[in-house]
Design a binder for this molecule. Structure first.
Ligand code: MF3
Ligand code: CO
Ligand code: CO
Length: 281
């Protein structure tokens, strides 16, 4: 059973109902999400061969503290870092460490900053030096799949429309969609209802209504979709060790369609792909 509730009139916990946020909350989300986007922008010149993911993590923490905020992942369910850094065949939730990035790696950096109680959640792929063509192509397919998902967001559409658009395109490019992780409602709660699947059937799922806020964050593999979580309890990798990529935006359903809160103010939503605009070409 799906229900909707007024976000402001209800306590801040995941009740399973879908919150509908008001204009003041949209303003709060714009602030949080734009700070997250600026943080991700600031990493473009930092990610290069030889740099460790711990250094990237320290940079994100310093950026957050300098802006009077804290990263949402810090001490979240036992997680102790300010970012997730997922390299090559790591699908998501890679834990920053002291190993240097290597020329040709592709790394997803996922940041969530909390501003005035609102969560801005976004991630991008960063090329390290010069990745191989196959890795670049995977990033491009994954980014385009996110844009196709965004294009489905409008009142009256169904959540399944998002998943179908992403899956149809990714599979047409001979890539696969990870099933084990999904996007999520977000706002005054980090991970809230509804689940946002990146695969599925048009017409399935919850109806989108103005005021809903959620992430779309497809994880796309060059090989099979299957993942396993390593012994650290977090790091998810492809079972076949094929490359995996992910981009994430936080978006809202508006009266007329969709507002993407986490767009880069500098047009760096897909750094290194030679795409300067944020919209589908
Ligand atoms: N930012 C991730 C997401 O997109 C969640 C990371 S939770 C963590 O939902 F604990 F792994 F950091
Ligand atoms: Co997310
Ligand atoms: Co995220």
């Amino acid at each position: 059973m799906i229900s909707y509730l007024e976000a402001e009139a209800n306590p801040v916990r995941n009740t399973g109902a879908i919150r509908l946020y008001d204009a003041a909350a949209f303003e709060g989300m714009r602030k949080a999400c734009q700070l997250t986007a600026r943080c991700l922008d600031s990493l473009v010149d930092i990610v290069k061969p030889g740099v460790t993911t711990d250094t990237i993590d320290a940079h994100v923490l310093a950026f957050a503290l300098a802006n009077d905020t804290v990263p949402a992942t810090l001490n979240y369910r036992g997680y102790t870092k300010s970012t997730c850094t997922s390299i090559n065949h790591v699908v998501c939730h890679g834990i920053p460490n002291d190993k240097p990035l290597r020329d040709g790696d592709i790394v997803n950096i996922d940041v969530t900053l909390i501003v005035d109680g609102y969560y801005g959640d976004s991630s991008r792929m960063y090329p390290v030096g010069k990745p191989k063509r196959a890795a670049e192509r995977l990033c491009e397919v994954t980014y385009r799949s996110l844009l196709l998902g965004l294009a489905e967001v409008k009142p009256g559409a169904r959540m399944g429309d998002i998943g179908a658009a992403i899956q149809e395109y990714a599979e047409s490019e001979r890539c696969s969609v990870v099933r084990d992780f999904c996007g999520h409602g977000v706002g005054r709660i980090f991970h809230d209802a509804p689940n946002v699947l990146h695969y599925g059937k048009r017409g399935d799922g919850v109806e989108m209504r103005p005021g809903m806020i959620f992430t779309i964050e497809p994880m796309i593999n060059l090989g099979k979709p299957h993942v396993k979580v390593l012994g650290d309890g977090w790091t998810a990798v492809t079972r076949d060790r094929s490359l995996s990529a992910q981009y994430e935006h936080t978006v809202a359903v508006t009266e007329s369609g969709c507002e993407v809160f986490t767009y880069s103010p500098l047009g760096l939503d897909a750094p290194g792909l030679g795409l300067e605009t944020t919209t589908l070409g």
